[in-house]
Design a protein. Structure first.
Length: 114
């Protein structure tokens, strides 16, 4: 017996964000598929029709219907090591702080700023 598909209602402002993801050439393919699945589900397209159009298995469509219905666009915290480079701490800041420690900076040595 196939379970009944979860109804997807878009949260305020999510349609614009999802449509922007679909249009952007920089969106990763997996994110593009997820956005298309959620948009089609919100338009009340059947799970099998979405799967055929997007090119995934129906179980994947059901999975993303459920995830969006439960959590919206919010990413759940991921297990594992925290990212080294964050938006507030980019590559250059990380590199220079590691370099300073390696050279003994902070012990009164001069380190030029850019």
């Amino acid at each position: 017996m196939i379970p009944e598909a979860r109804e997807v209602r878009l949260w305020r402002g999510d349609r614009k964000k999802l449509e922007a993801r679909c249009r952007s050439p920089r969106t990763m393919q997996q994110d593009l598929k997820r956005a298309r699945i959620v948009l089609l589900a919100a338009d009340r397209v059947s799970t099998r029709a979405i799967a055929k159009e997007v090119g995934v298995q129906p179980r994947i469509v059901s999975l993303w219907r459920r995830r969006y219905a439960d959590h919206g666009l919010k990413d759940k915290p991921r297990p594992g090591k925290k990212p080294l480079y964050t938006p507030t701490r980019g590559f250059w800041n990380c590199w220079t702080s590691r370099r300073r420690r390696a050279l003994g900076a902070g012990l009164g040595l001069y380190w030029p700023r850019h």
